[in-house]
Structure formats: structure tokens, C-alpha cells
Design a protein around this ligand. Structure first.
Ligand code: SF4
Length: 432
């Protein structure tokens, strides 16, 4: 199957001639260093363009010319040579959503949590090159040995969802809630609010949860984590992804009315006091720009075009999309569901296109396609191009560590508390 990058280049040429085939931005066909030259931090062309990147977002200096001018073949030879020289001293991790041109060099491919675990298992590696986004590299740094360097090949590979909840806004919210509910436990020993952060958040927010009796969750274990939280608290403050929080709590029987949205730009998050008093889950106003593109109309069209199609979506999709799908689950769930299906199954999948196309290539016995007809990858992960990978690998060969991601121990220590609480929670068994 054609890689997403090649498809974008082809489609962009097509777009110039006829308007029928589309990507979410023709600028995706540009090399990422064109975007890295911009003075303002940006998430790059594509799904996240409407969400302004915070001024504090890390910026990537311009890639040296020799890597910008190198052909694909030259970069391939240079990456393979550097990898061979480094041997076990370096491990390359690739996220499911990473483009094929980069993932082909990964020693391990997985979701954010699997990659963080893989980082801890590669104890001989002095350098962990994380081909994902910033929060994932932070988690890998917190879980790896102190002498291991975690490297993000392009510092501008952030996550728009993670940036939607910053430590100052969450702290302000927490103080408002403490004023409203107090801090004393009820007769059953449950405190007024338990903070729960999705793995897709900054280390500062994981640390916040560790310090305040809270916990981290992933899309694989969110239900078990919410159960843990409800045993200890009267309600949950869930950030940054409203959709994962809402979809998970709804499946556990919490009514939508008891899940108010907290908009950090409004007093009391834009809520009445009584609404917050009745709440079970307070949802932060965050979302994934990639997954919010999926719609019920796309599902209706897939069902009309492919009778009997199995529609499977990620829980970062809006609630009405999850409700209209046949099933929803994490990237790992989607992968296992496809592996376990009888040959000849047709799947319409609602998650990032690099992953969907890779699954389609790996499973020629099925028909697999992305629900969204517009080619729109995770624009931040897309910032990692083989040129950046060659640059950091060759620097390592020369004894220089570039783009190291480090989390201060004052933040890492409480973050590990929240991560360890998550690890101690037994996930609910989910069979694809
Ligand atoms: S797919 Fe969405 S949540 Fe995942 S890294 Fe990209 S922007 Fe962030």
C-alpha cells in the first residue's frame, strides 16, 4: 500500500488538477522544516491548524542543510549506517501513528504506554530515540534509567490535545473545586474530587495527579482507572480529553447530565454550582484534532457502501460516533480485533490514518479502510521526518546528544506515583 506521505504528495498534485481527492491541507506535502522556520510555534498543517500552539511549546531549530537536501535514498543509507554503528547503544521507538518512512527504522512499534514500557526494558540502550510526540518522550524519560537519554528527533512534535490542559489552568480549576466542595471526605471516606489525567498530558499534570491523590489512565485501562477513582472519590476531574472521559464513564452507567464540561476560560468552567454539585465526572474541554474529524455521516456512508462492515473507532472520537460504531477501543484493541477477525471481514476504522493503512497492509485477508475519506494524519507526529532521525543518530555516533527530553525530578517523582497507581489497577478484561 502507498504510504501516507506518498499519498499526500500524489493527492496534492491531483488537487492542483481536480478538486475531487483531498487532504486536510495541501501544505502537508511540504517538508516539515519549512514549518519549523515559523516564528510562532504551530502544530503544522492539517487537523490541528485551528488550535493555536502555546507560546511555551518547544520549538525546533532549523535542520542542518545536509539533511534537508539529502535524498530519501541518502537518508536511508545514513540512518542504517548510524544504527549499525550504535548497535544496542541506541533503541528507536515508533508510535502506531508515525509515518512509514520513519517507522521502518523502529526497533519497537506500539502505543504511548507500550513504548514507555519498552523504554524501561531496553536497559542496555544509552539513548532512546522516541519517534512519537513530546508527552510520550517525557513519560519514557520518567520511566527509564537516569543515565539513559530520551531523544525526540523534532522538538516541535507536540500534541495539541496535551497542550489543551496546562498546569496553571488545572490548578486554578482545582482551587475552585476545593472552594466549592471543601476537601473533607464523606462518611464513606471518599474525598470530594479525584483528578485523573489521560496519558496524553504533560508530565506536570501527571505530577499534579500524583500529589493530589490522583492517577493516570490510558485508553486501554480508562474504565478500570475510573472504578479505582470512584472507590476513593465522590467525583472525578478528568483531563485533557473530554471524549475519552465521557465515552468511558457513559459505558459505566454515568449519565451525560452528570458530566459537565469545564471550560478553563469561564468562571466555574462555565457551570452553575448546582450542576457541579450533582456531577460525577467533570470533563476538561480538550480533544484530539485527528479523532474529532470522525462523524456519524461517515459511518452511515460506510454502512451503505459496504453492507455488513464492522465499524470500529477509538474512544477519543465524539460520543455520537462511538455510539454509532459497532465497537470502540484503544489502538491495541483495534489491532487485536483485526488480528482475531475471520478472513474476509470488512473494517471501517476511526483512528489515525498511518495506523489504519499499516493495518490494511499487514492484513490483506481483510478489507480495511479509514472512515475519514480525507487524508489527515496526526500533524504533530508527522513533523518527524527521516532527515531529523538521521540528524540525531549521526550526532550520537559523533558523541553528541541532541534534543534530549528531561523531566525535573520534582515533577517526575509525583508523576511516577500516579503512574504506579495506574499500574496497580487491574484492567477490565476486554475481548475484541
Ligand atoms: S493523534 Fe491526537 S492525541 Fe494523539 S498525538 Fe496526535 S494530536 Fe495528540
Amino acid at each position: 500500500m502507498t504510504s501516507v506521505t506518498t499519498a499526500i504528495q500524489l493527492v496534492t498534485r491531483e488537487q492542483a488538477q481536480n478538486q475531487r481527492v483531498t487532504t486536510c491541507s495541501s501544505a502537508l506535502a511540504e517538508d516539515p522544516w519549512v514549518i519549523d522556520r515559523e516564528v510562532q510555534p504551530t502544530y503544522g498543517p492539517g487537523a490541528s491548524m485551528a488550535d493555536p500552539a502555546p507560546l511555551s511549546s518547544p520549538r525546533q531549530g532549523e535542520l542542518p542543510e545536509e539533511y534537508r537536501l539529502a535524498t530519501d535514498e541518502e537518508l536511508d543509507l545514513r540512518i542504517l549506517a548510524a544504527k549499525a554503528t550504535l548497535g544496542d547503544r541506541a533503541v528507536i521507538l515508533g508510535h502506531f501513528y508515525q509515518r512509514d518512512e520513519v517507522v521502518q527504522y523502529a526497533d519497537f512499534i506500539g502505543d504511548s504506554y507500550q513504548l514507555a514500557r519498552a523504554a524501561t526494558e531496553k536497559t542496555r540502550a544509552e539513548a532512546i530515540i522516541f519517534c512519537g510526540v513530546h508527552f510520550m518522550a517525557e513519560t519514557a524519560d520518567m520511566l527509564s534509567r537516569p543515565e539513559q537519554a530520551v531523544i525526540l528527533p523534532n522538538l516541535a512534535a507536540g500534541c495539541s490535545m496535551a497542550d489543551m490542559a496546562d498546569i496553571d489552568s488545572v490548578t486554578d480549576c482545582w482551587e475552585d473545586l476545593a472552594e466549592l466542595f471543601g476537601t473533607e471526605p464523606d462518611d464513606d471516606g471518599r474525598v470530594p474530587v479525584i483528578p485523573v489525567t489521560y496519558m496524553n498530558s504533560s508530565a506536570a499534570l501527571k505530577g499534579f495527579c500524583g500529589r493530589n491523590g490522583g492517577i493516570v489512565c490510558t485508553s486501554s485501562n480508562a474504565a478500570a482507572v475510573l472504578e479505582w477513582a470512584f472507590q476513593r472519590g465522590q467525583r472525578v476531574l478528568f483531563f485533557p480529553d473530554q471524549h475519552l472521559g465521557r465515552n468511558t464513564a457513559k459505558a459505566m452507567g454515568v449519565s451525560v447530565e452528570q458530566m459537565p464540561l469545564w471550560n478553563p476560560r469561564k468562571p466555574l468552567g462555565g457551570n452553575e454550582e448546582a450542576t457541579l454539585q450533582d456531577s460525577r465526572v467533570i470533563l476538561w474541554h480538550g480533544f484530539c484534532s485527528v479523532h474529532k474529524r470522525f462523524s456519524v455521516d461517515q459511518i452511515d456512508k460506510a454502512r451503505a457502501d459496504f453492507p455488513g462492515v464492522r465499524v470500529i473507532v477509538h474512544p477519543e472520537c465524539p460520543m455520537e460516533v462511538v455510539d454509532a460504531a459497532d465497537e470502540s477501543g484503544s489502538t491495541d484493541y483495534i489491532r487485536k480485533a483485526i488480528e482475531a477477525a475471520a478472513p474476509g471481514t470488512t473494517f471501517a476504522v476511526g483512528t489515525e490514518i498511518n495506523m489504519v493503512n499499516r493495518l490494511a497492509s499487514e492484513h490483506p485477508e481483510h478489507t480495511i479502510f479509514c472512515l475519514d475519506p480525507v487524508i489527515c494524519p496526526c500533524s504533530t507526529m508527522y513533523r518527524i521526518h527521516p532527515g531529523y532521525l538521521a540528524w540525531v543518530l549521526e550526532a550520537l555516533v559523533a558523541g553528541t546528544v541532541l534534543n534530549r527530553i528531561t523531566v525535573a525530578e520534582s515533577v517526575a517523582s509525583p508523576s511516577r506515583v500516579a503512574l504506579e497507581r495506574m499500574l496497580a489497577v487491574q484492567p477490565r478484561p476486554v475481548q475484541p
